[in-house]
Design a binder for this molecule. Sequence first.
Ligand SMILES: Cc1ncc(COP(=O)(O)O)c(C=O)c1O
Length: 344
Amino acid sequence: MEIKVDLFSDTGTRPSAEMREFMARAEVGDEQLGEDPSVNRLNQLVAELLGKEAAIYLPSGLMANQISFAVHCRPGDEIIMDQTAHPIHYEGGAVAVISGASINPLAGERGIFTAEQVREAIRTPDYHDPQTRVVSIEQTSNLGGGAVWPLETIKEICRVAKESRLSTHMDGARLLNAVAATGIPAREYAETFDSVWIDLSKGLGAPVGSVLAGSEQFIEQARYWKQRLGGAMRQAGIIAAGGIYALENNLERLSEDHHNARRFAEGIADLAQISLDPARVETNIVLFEVNSMNGEELADRLLSRGIRLSIMGENLLRAVTHLDISSNDIDFAVTVIRDLLEEK
Ligand SMILES: Cc1ncc(COP(=O)(O)O)c(C=O)c1O
């Protein structure tokens, strides 16, 4: 089956011809020895972007989350995060395996919890309990439908966390989407976090990698974990160059993805079989419910007509826009969905 419009995920972006050319020309060295000039440059760019002392290139976002928790926690500690957060659902239970920590999941609203919830969740020291060690947030919230954490909420949460000497972590897989949506600089969002990372292989369009940033001391510890987990590479400058190219060329255009997501939502929101509020589409993710059939059936029928979406629950579907999706693709997808649902 030929996929004509792939709204499955922004992880599906492919490097453009220009990005590939830039990558092919990248200077390289031994990354594990700290001698790859392209990786070093990328790390420097991200450290500056996020206002941190240092940064480290990693093969994936998952590893960035896990290394951060491993540095912040000891086995038996507890991490506070939203109940929809990526490490709970999509990281193969790695928190239990790698840092030996447990998770205290909070019931946020579209992936976003409050400082008050954090205050209540922080445990008073008692040897019967795990010790609360980290508060982690996901900017933007994936299962929250791309919802953007307000800066004020973030700052309040970090203030509460610091009162109890907790570490603060931001899964910034789509932080730059939040930046594009609000105009608030990445370093402002990142300021109150001990660790923060961005993904290069989602909306930014690079083929591989994430970059984790923090203090010199934190990154030094992260380097031990990167080595331990087999994440240290050799001539990684080839792939890191994709990240440099992405940061230099693909940041501004993220707002086009947001525009397309809104266009998609507005195109189908009036259908009686769909529950969707376009005003809630803040970035590049559209979550919607189908009430005339189950989500899998609709996804299958759309796939047979060349539109791929992801199934997030029994009646819940997700469409994600990205740099390989044009406004014409969106119009095509909207037409196909309308035809399909209106024909009964
Ligand atoms: C919010 C969030 N965190 C972490 C990750 C993991 O990133 P990666 O696929 O680069 O490992 C993803 C990937 O989809 C994500 O959406």
